[in-house]
Design a protein around this ligand. Structure first.
Ligand code: NIG
Length: 381
């Protein structure tokens, strides 16, 4: 792939270790990697040149929590929630039925549409979970289809116990034949550690088996209450614990002292009318946070990381710089990646340009279609 020089960058948010923001900048990428960053005036020659016309550039979003493998929707459940019903884990079963009923081709098309909308919105790296199959064959299929669109596949067989089987028997399946079938396609395992799903001991059983099988760990924790998921994630050295709506001071201290990333899901918090995850307190304590979309039909039917970033600023009281870092490098940390989420020499050329002169417009003009250009591994997307 030839070297391409990108000029006309009014503001370049690098998310590098010094959090540099350059004005009137240029970037060169070659063979899918960033090879030069600096002032426009001293940019080197390259094989091709693109002028982005005085617009802001930042790293592509790293969306570290999605459930894109599903069919059907849960609009009726959403309407009931807006009329006052609380969110409960049981709705997952509705999506399980619809997902099982879809053919491979139908699911493939649904996933492709969601990935496309995600990329159009500036996401250049995304994690995808299983979790709506809930038997050996269907979880295997979900993992296989997810692996067609990402390297970051997460096995979430422990999302809910499906009807017709006891939780103990189901966990034997999850930790045995289901894990065996999913393992070739997955990098991660996750568990929904929450009332109505799996308790701490059951969750530990799943995480232990998956770790022994060589998978990295993630946890859905403290979404609906003080579930113990955060403490479990830290105990098991999970890469990330996601949701984090109900945190005690001890949970926050634990996360600040651990390598486990606290992933917050602002769109989900709004859609479930949950107390917002205390992102500000987590940062103040020194924890690493990530922001992700949690795209799924139950609690967060959006792929828009721009919306999540705007919400984190407007509702969770993060600065724009903090929110951008959480949605790029924070997501990379949650996926234990160091090649994405930053515009630094040697990183993957995952870039987005906004139709705005500065990244501030992401929160200042929420809901506007600001993503203008996207490159993934140096390819226009
Ligand atoms: O991350 N909380 C568990 N899993 C999803 C929601 C699943 C559903 O309700 O379909 C989430 O919010």
């Amino acid at each position: 792939m030839a070297a391409e020089l990108i000029t006309g960058i009014s503001e370049l948010t690098t998310v590098d270790v010094e959090e540099r923001v350059l004005t009137d900048a240029a970037v060169v990428h070659e063979q899918g990697e960033i090879v030069w960053i600096g002032p426009s005036g001293s940019a080197p020659e390259a094989d091709t040149r693109v002028d982005v016309g005085g617009r802001a550039m930042l790293p592509g979003w790293v969306d570290s929590h999605t459930h894109l493998v599903f069919a059907g929707d849960r609009a009726a459940e959403f309407v009931a929630r807006m009329a006052g019903q609380p969110y409960a884990a049981g709705g997952i079963g509705v999506t399980m039925e619809a997902t099982r009923a879809a053919s491979d081709q139908q699911l493939r098309e649904l996933i492709a549409d969601r990935v496309e909308s995600s990329i159009r919105g500036g996401t250049t790296c995304l994690e995808v979970k299983t979790g709506y199959g809930l038997n050996v064959e269907e979880e295997g299929r979900a993992a296989r289809l997810a692996a067609e669109v990402t390297d970051e596949v997460t096995f979430l067989g422990a999302h809910l116990t499906p009807p017709g089987i006891s939780t103990d028997d189901y966990l034997d399946l999850v930790c045995g034949p289901m894990l065996d079938v999913v393992r070739p396609h997955a990098r991660w395992a996750d568990v929904f550690c929450e009332e109505g799903a799996f308790d701490v001991d059951q969750s530990r059983q799943v995480l232990t088996a998956c770790r022994e099988a060589g998978l990295g760990l993630r946890v859905h924790g403290n979404q609906l209450g003080h579930s113990g998921g955060v403490a479990l994630a830290v105990e098991m050295e999970a890469a990330s614990v996601d949701h984090c709506n109900f945190l005690s001071a001890a949970d926050i201290e634990m996360l600040a002292a651990a390598d486990t990333v606290a992933t917050v899901l602002p769109a989900c918090d709004l859609s479930t009318r949950a107390p917002l995850a205390p992102a500000r307190d987590l940062l103040a304590a020194g924890a690493t946070i990530a922001i992700a979309s949690n795209c799924n039909p139950g609690t967060s039917y959006t792929t828009s990381m721009n919306f999540c970033v705007a919400t984190a600023v407007l509702q969770m009281e993060l600065t724009l710089a903090e929110a951008i870092t959480a949605a790029t490098w924070g997501g990379a940390r949650a996926l234990q990646r160091d090649d994405v989420g930053r515009i630094v020499i040697g990183a993957r050329a995952d870039l987005q340009v906004l139709d705005a002169p500065s990244a501030t417009h992401l929160a200042y003009r929420p809901g506007m279609p600001l993503t203008h250009l996207v490159w993934r591994s140096g390819q226009p997307a």
